[in-house]
Design a protein around this ligand. Structure first.
Ligand code: ADP
Ligand code: MG
Length: 479
């Protein structure tokens, strides 16, 4: 059989699909031949198959290695691992995960199974490599493919930065430098470069596959507005004239609620979705949205795992934080290929919210130091009173002041603290890493955030072709 037929056969047999989408086939071919790939493809287009088909292929062929072949998938989100593994298992693919959600007993069993050569795919977080037990285990398998999902987490400049992703070169060496495929939905040229470097590769030995949202069916538009009324009019008008489902994105829950109230008064039927709603309610809203045609007002908490094909419009009623998030969010429209409208309602006054966010998400070095000192020296009080007490001490009680949450999140990612991060009942277990105490790095990060917002404002004021602007920003080659 020709190689391309072998891959198609795997695609049909395990996934029930009859053809590859866009450049999936080329990527599979490239990776199955032992070549490295950096895959940039919008969410929902099908990045997973780009390593799952090679994983099945590598599991089937002969290797000059006594150990059983394995594809290792590094993924930052524990929450998504279980769903991905369950979906694969239903398709008869031998996949599993190891992460901190497992009980000690389950974990021991999983380790044994992996050691005995069970499973063709194993999903882990990068933090797993902190455990000697795991690094010993993984050497007992022949890792023939390393897949790094959500590879943008490598970048210091992204909001999703994961310190352990910067250890990928070391991890690759430990695994014997296997064929590597890194995947992400969005990466600017700077981030692409960063990914390649962190993997210990150079641009000549990793091939870039860059698939932008090349959906001619998406119509992009920017409308300058002033005040709530103009925005409300546009939302009602669009909702009234475009049949089918739509999403209106907001930055602040407060604004979302204000609009929801007014739409209700005007008799416009809609759903609301944001992070302050109880989990059960969010699930319910998500289910309704998937089943019916409707309008949903949402913050960026809405979207993960939404793969409704027929979203006819996405309106941004407030300025998002960056073109990365804007691009991700409009990418949810029109997956079925039918005409869909994506509009940014731009009110200059909204810029202030993003500027404020930026300030709060970049605590300075001395703030980290103060948090660290409190956690270390007043730990009894911290454990007793948690986040409120800390905020009081840090004079961080202003609305939207999320510096403490940001700092705790970062300390957690660096493995500096241990305990319940959500309510700040944590204690320190390591000194502050130099990455956090480095004033220069902090300034660079703030400047990078400012630049992102600046680019978004440029976009909002752009008078030429909007898709071109986005393509240039992400370095997507024009076709
Ligand atoms: P991404 O990781 O890029 O966001 P996924 O890999 O999760 O996307 O795939 C999104 C959806 O697209 C899944 O439901 C998947 O089954 C479907 N899909 C992927 N490739 C194909 C294909 N070649 N044919 C049909 N459906 C596909
Ligand atoms: Mg994915």
């Amino acid at each position: 059989m020709k190689p391309s037929n072998i891959y198609l056969d795997l695609l049909k047999r395990h996934f029930g699909f009859h053809s590859f989408r866009s450049c999936q086939g080329d990527i599979v071919d490239h990776v199955c031949n032992g070549n490295h790939a950096l895959v940039i493809m919008p969410t929902g287009m099908g990045k997973s198959l780009c390593y799952q088909i090679p994983a099945l292929h590598f599991a089937n062929i002969e290797h000059a290695d006594d150990r059983k072949p394995l594809t290792l998938v590094i993924s930052p989100l524990i929450a998504l691992m279980k769903d991905q593994v369950d979906a694969l298992t239903r398709k008869g693919v031998a996949a599993t995960f190891i992460n901190s959600s497992l009980s000690r007993q389950e974990r021991t069993q999983r380790y044994q199974q992996v050691e005995q050569g069970q499973f063709d795919l194993l999903y882990v977080t990068p933090e797993r490599f902190r455990k000697v037990e795991f690094t010993k285990l993984i050497k007992k398998r022949h890792v023939c493919l390393l897949a790094v999902d959500e590879a943008h987490c490598i970048s210091h400049w992204g909001h999703d930065f994961r310190p352990d992703y910067t250890r990928l070169q070391e991890i690759r060496e430990l695994l014997g430098n296997p064929t590597t495929v890194a995947l992400t939905a969005t990466a600017t040229p700077v981030v692409q470069q960063d990914i390649v470097t962190q993997l210990g590769l150079t641009p000549d030995n990793i091939q870039l596959f860059h698939e932008g949202i090349d959906r001619p069916n998406l119509a992009l538009d920017i409308i300058k507005t002033w005040g709530d009324d103009e925005k409300l009019d546009y939302i009602q008008q669009t909702n009234g004239s475009i049949p089918g489902s739509g999403i209106v994105y907001f930055t602040l829950i407060r604004t979302l609620e204000r609009f929801s109230e007014r739409l209700r008064e005007n008799g416009v039927h809609h759903l609301s979705y944001h992070g302050d709603l109880p989990r059960a309610r969010r699930r319910e809203v998500q289910n309704w949205f998937m089943e019916d045609e409707c309008l949903v007002l949402a913050t960026n908490a809405f979207g993960m795992g939404i793969d409704k094909e027929s979203i006819r419009f996405v309106i941004h009623a407030e300025l998002p934080g960056s073109l990365e998030s804007y691009y991700q969010e409009i990418g949810r429209a029109g997956r079925d290929g039918n005409p869909s409208q994506c509009t940014l309602l731009y009110d200059e006054a909204d810029l202030a919210t993003q500027m404020e966010f930026m300030r709060w998400s970049n605590p300075d070095v001395s703030f980290y130091q103060r948090v660290y000192d409190l956690l270390e020296h007043d730990n009894e009080k911290v454990m007793a009173f948690g986040i409120d007490w800390l905020k009081e001490k840090l004079h961080a009680r202003q609305k939207h002041d999320r510096r403490l949450e940001t700092a705790l999140g970062m300390l957690d990612r660096y493995g500096v603290i241990e305990g319940s991060v959500a309510n700040a009942k944590v204690k320190v277990i390591k000194p502050l890493p130099i990455d956090i105490t480095d004033q220069k790095l902090a300034e660079q990060k703030l400047r990078a955030d400012q630049e992102k917002l600046y680019q978004l404002v440029q976009y909002a004021n752009h008078e030429g072709d909007l898709k071109n602007f986005i393509h240039q920003y992400f370095g997507i080659p024009s076709k």
